[in-house]
Design a protein around this ligand. Structure first.
Ligand code: GLU
Length: 511
């Protein structure tokens, strides 16, 4: 019988969610939605030493920004809760006891100093079948001694008892069968009495089982843990409900070899976090895609294609298309280079295709930042202004630099353009241009263009010099969208006012 698809994204709140973690969440979400399944968000906070305040909120906010919906979780609720591991202590205690009773796990009392001493004594020491009888645990010590130590409150851990020399196979949807010999595994700690908390391995498996997780989709860095997880499923007697394993390819540095790290982002100047992050301990600020002016749709599209492809050459894909076409068959085994420039390209494409009115909404805060009252302009004016420049930019935050002149007449003029385009006599030509513009009744782009260009030609003036001086007075520099689209939107009165200001304020600069 086909199992109901239930997947989980299980981050540990130890800091801001890394962009690789975001991709893991996204693939879980795409698969869940495609299969009509359930997407769980489980907070794995059993490592109290690494807990960072604010990290859980950050995870929620980042997923919400990207449109990665959660069906069951701390905020959403659900029938399999609690969804935060620190609230599930009783459950773990019960299952640790089950393994102890079944002889699949044992108590160990070795102190850190004793373990260090053993490591110094035995090269490549591993706590396993070959060494455990030399250690202080419930397998090597008499039962009454074990009971006494526990009763007296001595600190202990519970370790899994790995049977040596067995082949353990992890069946992975991307990697195929991965088999290792159990002798390479150590008797991992499952529970620590010191803080009455399980370790990641135990909590993760118990929860995946109890939450009826059908597919464990996670980063490749967890593949080495998978054989132990298979053995835990068996030890609990849950082998027949073991989830399908899926380990996603690593995200690699944009240059060179190795895993993408925060340092690469700092070094090459790109964010590795979805949202800005203020580190509460160090006070450091790390940049985020959202604050960097990225559109969530572009980030989703970019991440989806890092390690997966649709099997054809499509690149621009909406969330709905990704949900429809996602498949593990087209996930690569090889790591995916984090091509940051490609991320910019995606953002550029999404900005270019964005509805002007929607983009105008994203632009409005920049008007306020520059002390422009958005209410002085119609929505249509703002939409047309951003619409004229949207194909020229990569980020929303670049909008002001490219279309701010629609809202604020230039106060200064680009020096290099003045040098090149404003000569003695240019003021006189601009005065004549004012006369020409003043006589135009239909100030639409095409009509104004025909008349002005006709005037330039008839008077045998230099097209480039006249048009660039004109642009300099209106925009403040010699770049921007089509000149007559600009003047159409500004209107005749404002256009002429700007030329006159230019005449009054621009002086030729001697080369
Ligand atoms: N808590 C682990 C993490 O932080 C989860 C790994 C898994 O998905 O099993 O990534």
């Amino acid at each position: 019988m086909e199992r109901k698809v239930r997947v989980r994204f299980a981050p540990s709140p130890t800091g801001p969610l890394h962009i690789g973690g975001v991709r893991t969440a996204l693939y879980n979400y795409l698969f869940a939605r495609q299969m009509g399944g359930t997407m769980i968000l489980r907070i794995e906070d059993t490592d109290s030493n690494r807990f960072v305040p604010g990290a859980e909120d950050y995870i929620n906010e980042a997923l919400a920004w990207l449109g990665i919906g959660i069906d069951e979780g701390v905020r959403e609720g659900g029938e399999y809760g609690p969804y935060k591991q620190s609230e599930r202590r009783d459950i773990y205690r019960h299952y640790v006891q089950q393994l102890l009773d079944a002889g699949r796990a044992y108590y160990a009392f070795d102190t850190p100093e004793e373990l260090d001493a053993k490591r110094a004594e035995i090269k490549n020491f591993q706590y396993d079948a070959s060494t455990r009888m030399q250690m202080r645990n419930s397998l090597s010590m008499p039962a009454d001694e074990v009971k006494r130590l526990i009763d007296e409150g001595h600190k202990y851990v519970v370790r899994i008892k790995i049977e040596p020399d067995r082949d353990v196979t992890v069946n992975d949807l991307i990697r195929g069968e991965v088999t290792i010999n159990s002798s390479v595994l150590d008797d991992k700690v499952l529970y620590k009495s010191a803080d009455d908390l399980p370790t990641y391995h135990l909590a993760n498996i118990v929860d995946d089982h109890l939450m009826e997780v059908s597919h464990v989709i996670r980063g490749e860095e967890w593949l080495p843990s998978a054989p132990l997880h298979v053995l835990l499923y068996e030890a609990f007697g849950w082998a027949d409900t073991m989830p399908q394993w899926v380990h996603l390819p690593l995200l690699l540095k944009p240059d060179g070899k190795g895993k993408l790290s925060k340092r690469d982002g700092d070094r090459l100047g790109f964010p590795v976090f979805p949202l800005e992050w203020h580190d509460p301990a160090s006070g450091d600020l790390s940049s985020g895609y959202r604050e960097g002016g990225y559109l969530p749709e572009a980030v989703v599209n970019f991440l989806a294609l890092l390690g997966w492809n649709p099997g054809d050459d499509r690149e621009i894909m909406s969330m709905d298309e990704l949900i429809r076409d996602f498949s593990f068959e087209h996930c690569s085994k090889k790591g995916a280079k984090f091509d940051y420039e490609k991320g910019k390209w995606f953002n550029h494409e999404y900005l270019s295709a964005m509805d002007d009115a929607k983009l105008a909404g994203l632009f409005k805060p920049q008007l306020a930042e520059h002390e422009v009252n958005a209410d002085d302009y119609s929505d249509e004016f703002i939409a047309r202004a951003v619409g004229m420049v949207k194909t020229r930019i990569n980020f929303v935050k670049d909008l002001w630099a490219n279309c701010g002149f629609f809202f604020k007449a230039p106060e200064a003029y680009a020096e290099k353009d003045v040098k090149k385009r404003w000569k003695p006599g240019t003021d006189d030509i601009m005065r004549q241009l004012v006369g020409v513009l003043d006589g135009i009744d239909d100030f639409s782009s095409a009509n104004a263009e025909a008349i002005v260009l006709g005037w330039i030609k008839d008077n045998e003036m230099h097209m480039g010099n006249v048009m660039n001086a004109f642009r300099l007075t209106v925009v403040g520099e010699c770049k921007g969208p089509h000149m007559f689209d600009i003047t159409e939107l500004l209107g005749k009165e404002e256009t002429i006012k700007r030329i006159e200001r230019g005449i009054a304020n621009i002086q030729p600069i001697d080369a």
